[in-house]
Design a protein around this ligand. Structure first.
Ligand SMILES: Cc1ncc(COP(=O)(O)O)c(C=O)c1O
Length: 405
């Protein structure tokens, strides 16, 4: 088990699900049947994806080429926004948005602690102050009363995170932002394709960040997108991601201090190819989630993920919540011993060593976040998980839970 695992690494995808069903034993001629391995996550790569990447390699144009432009245009169309800027990761996208909005020292940004570290790091990179907001226990998204309570005269923005692919309550967040003149950043790195009241996430707030690490709904290897209808945020993001160059300037002319956050052509070609199948991917993931729900619905000890009726969740991970009297870490250990990978996901950011050290949190500050984070368990989840594999995971989970009650 990987405890305290709030890193994308801990949801490392692999192709081990192909697995070897039999293993030759050394020293004798017997073959020992081995159970098929189940991986935590896995990208869905086909021959067309491979051809698209190979074609770029053959072309010799590996950066700043036509695939980036085509990928950005296709993302615009899919999400329904005016601008998409392809970048090297979701973290880079978040950083660019915070910077493009001019947020910095003295500015407070409301953010959940129940998220991946990158949401908070993007705030810290610019010297702004993260103010941690508790979550609601139904969707694990921002708790609206706590959000409102934590607004001060220094609050400049809300970093809303669509946790585990479930959109936040956008109507309420936009209303609050209007009322207090706050900027809104959507960390939608886990929610590509999700919808709130029929509108795709990416259309809300000032700008949104998406991520395409291989455990995501679709992948570019590493990669991300800044999506926005604000042409100034798009222009600044593009310049900042490309060493501060301006659109019109020459290669060695730098308008501002920038970064190299560019996406390369191979990744963009893969993204374009994957985007063509993303609705199939989302449907496959929904099917796997339904299989889990079907197997677990009778359990009193295991709460399955809950979605609000007015959203389309874009399934990223499958996270169950264990009843309070069950020791989650023991369940996780037992499952791992039976060959089922699981992750204790998320681990609150306000309690991470570097944040505790800087802000002095001791625990107890965010009761729902802390309680949920001790009880959640991410189960293996990817497009091609079979019914048999789901059954094995559930059998192992319920077996481990039953031992404890
Ligand atoms: C909520 C959230 N924000 C940001 C990121 C960062 O994305 P990346 O790993 O592409 O930098 C992730 C990645 O898993 C995430 O889950």
């Amino acid at each position: 088990m990987s405890s305290g695992s709030n890193s994308a690494e801990n949801l490392e995808p692999s192709n081990q699900n192909i697995g070897h069903k039999i293993q030759q034993q050394e020293g004798n001629r017997h073959v020992k049947p081995m159970r098929e391995m189940i991986s935590m996550s896995a990208p869905d790569i086909d021959d067309l994806d491979i051809e698209a990447v190979v074609e770029v390699l053959r072309s010799g144009r590996l950066s700043l080429g036509p695939n980036i432009e085509a990928f950005e245009e296709a993302i615009n169309q899919y999400i329904g926004v005016r601008h998409a800027v392809a970048v090297s990761s979701g973290t880079a996208a978040l950083h660019l948005i915070v910077k493009a909005l001019g947020l910095g020292p003295g500015d407070e940004i409301l953010v959940p602690s129940f998220t991946f570290a990158a949401s908070v790091n993007a705030i810290l990179y610019e010297g702004a102050t993260p103010v941690f907001v508790d979550i609601e226990d139904e969707t694990f998204n921002l708790d609206l009363p706590d959000l409102r309570r934590k607004i001060t005269p220094h609050t400049k923005a809300i970093m809303a995170v669509d946790v585990f692919g479930h959109p936040v309550e956008w109507d309420a967040i936009e209303e609050l932002a209007d009322q207090y003149q706050l900027r809104v950043i959507d960390d939608s790195c886990e929610a590509f394709g999700a919808e709130y009241k029929g509108r795709k996430v990416g259309q809300f707030g000032d700008a949104s960040a998406f991520a395409f690490y291989p455990n995501k709904q679709m992948t570019t290897g590493e990669g991300g997108i800044v999506a926005t209808n604000n042409s100034e945020i798009a222009r600044l993001s593009r310049s900042l991601a490309n060493q501060g160059r301006s659109e019109m300037g020459t290669w060695l002319e730098h308008e501002r201090l920038g970064y190299n956050y560019r996406l390369d052509e191979m990744s963009a070609a893969l993204g374009l190819s994957q985007l063509g199948r993303v609705e199939t991917f989302l449907a496959k993931r929904e099917r796997v989630a339904e299989m889990y729900a079907e197997c677990l619905k009778g359990s009193e000890a295991v709460q399955i993920p809950r979605s609000k009726p007015h959203v389309r969740r874009s399934w990223f991970v499958y996270v169950v919540t264990l009843r309070e009297d069950i020791e989650r870490d023991t369940v996780a250990r037992t499952m791992e011993q039976s060959g089922i990978p699981v992750r204790c996901y998320f681990s609150p950011i306000h309690l991470q060593p570097y944040i505790r050290e800087r802000f002095g949190f001791k625990g107890g500050e965010l009761p729902t976040t802390e309680s949920i984070a001790q009880r959640t368990l991410a189960l293996p989840f990817h497009n091609n998980l079979t019914e048999k594999q789901v059954d094995r995971v559930v059998e192992s989970l319920l077996g481990a839970v039953t031992k404890m009650v």
